[in-house]
Design a protein around this ligand. Structure first.
Ligand SMILES: NC(=O)c1ccc[n+]([C@@H]2O[C@H](COP(=O)([O-])OP(=O)(O)OC[C@H]3O[C@@H](n4cnc5c(N)ncnc54)[C@H](O)[C@@H]3O)[C@@H](O)[C@H]2O)c1
Length: 377
């Protein structure tokens, strides 16, 4: 197939591009080489160099209407990954997040809607677990609940878990695709709109759409220069600088860390598998890992002892827990995550050690949040 990958010079995109090329597909990448991900000279970034010479490359933004005709010409499928991806940053860079994630997607679909006789038959969009906000819970009475974003006064008082109206702690359940959509960040809102635009317009235009709601993806190739997202890459940079790790809340907040190879397999399967057409699928590891455990595992894998401090601070828009229910992806894609967190972290750490040590911009990114009242405690 001839496949266009937007954001194909990024972490997931470049890994997917190399896999699809290896499988014999012809890949075009459209990417703006965002300095936040690729550094000041994007053409020199390690991520870009992975695909350079292997995929046809178009250096453009998804927000540039003039770029779309050439990018889409002759393509049979589109994997739409280009996005602004920082949850915290999205809470003060609203216009940029809306313009790229929503506006860029609208331009892509508008071009397909206007151009009679285009060749695109499949479209896969990267969605996110951020759509679920706090996700799915069970009350002590056994009822299902979809709690709203946590209140600042609870977080300030160190009440980080999710409680019902009577103040009783609820039990987290894996989120399936039927779970309520109610994002707690601007990033999540833009990903929801992006997903809905693709699913609705894909069906309307006869271009079979699939949305993949990824959990926290990690592994070799993750941008090490972006201080705004990617907790494991942020931590690895701090550890290699010999700096301590500050863990938000009480360290027991958890994420579903899914290894890049599993995400690439799922995305390639979604693109090629007819059963995925018209479907929304959650992609993760199916395992919840606390941030504290993730930090300790990474420190051990990198073999550098640094202090770990639980700060009790919190960021507005962060969720407490999330883990994917993989039943639907298993059924429709035959998806099975193959890499355990322990094995994935070893491979990630081994790769990180081969990379130039980037500047540690994390403190700066936190200051931006603090200055705007979006990080407290
Ligand atoms: N990595 C994760 O944990 C995760 C989780 C859920 C969803 N996602 C989604 O998966 C997709 C890919 O994420 P990733 O981790 O590879 O991110 P990434 O930041 O590594 O890659 C994104 C790529 O998009 C490019 N890009 C950004 N703005 C652009 C624009 N205006 N025009 C063209 N290109 C642009 C960047 O230069 C970068 O190469 C995103 O849509 C993201 O929202 C990622």
């Amino acid at each position: 197939m001839r496949i266009l990958i937007t954001g194909g010079a990024g972490f997931i995109g470049s890994s997917l591009a190399l896999h699809l090329i290896e499988c014999g597909h012809e890949v075009t990448v459209l990417d703006s080489l965002l300095p936040q991900i690729h550094g000041a000279d994007g053409r020199k970034s390690a991520l870009f160099r992975r695909i350079d010479g292997h995929a046809r490359f178009i250096h453009a933004s998804v927000t540039d209407a003039a770029a779309w005709p050439a990018a889409l010409d002759g393509q049979e499928a589109v994997v739409h990954l280009a996005a602004e991806t920082g949850t915290g940053q999205s809470m003060y860079e609203l216009q940029r997040y809306a313009e790229v994630n929503v506006g860029g997607t609208a331009l892509l679909l508008q071009h397909l809607a206007r151009q009679q006789g285009h060749s695109v038959r499949r479209i896969v969009v990267a969605s996110s677990r951020a759509l679920y906000g706090e996700g799915r819970y069970r009350t002590v009475d056994g009822a299902l609940a979809y709690p709203s974003a946590r209140k600042a006064e609870d977080l300030r008082a160190g009440r980080f878990e999710i409680y019902d109206a009577q103040g009783r702690a609820m039990e987290m359940l894996p989120t399936d695709e039927e779970s309520l959509i109610h994002p707690s960040s601007v990033y999540g809102i833009t990903k929801q709109t992006q997903e809905q635009l693709v699913m609705t317009m894909g069906r309307a235009l006869g271009i079979a759409p699939t949305a993949l709601r990824y959990q926290n993806v990690y592994g070799p190739g993750q941008s090490l220069t972006n201080p705004y997202t990617g907790i494991l890459s942020i931590f690895s940079t701090r550890i290699l600088h010999g700096r301590g790790l500050s863990i938000f809340e009480d360290g027991r907040e958890s994420r579903d860390f899914v290894y890049i190879d599993d995400v690439v397999s799922a995305t390639a399967a979604a693109l090629l598998e007819p059963a995925a057409e018209g479907e929304v699928l959650g992609i993760g590891s199916g395992v919840a890992t606390s941030v504290m455990e993730a930090a300790r595992t990474l420190i051990a894998a990198l073999g550098r002892e640094v202090p770990v401090e639980v700060t009790g601070a919190f960021r507005v828009g962060d969720i407490r827990h999330n883990v994917a229910d993989l039943s639907k992806a298993r059924l429709l894609l035959g998806y099975e995550p193959r890499t355990s967190f322990a094995a994935g972290i070893e491979r990630f750490a081994a790769w990180v050690r081969t990379q130039p040590l980037p500047d540690d911009g994390y403190e700066r990114s936190l200051k931006e949040l603090k200055d705007r009242g979006l990080m407290r405690g």
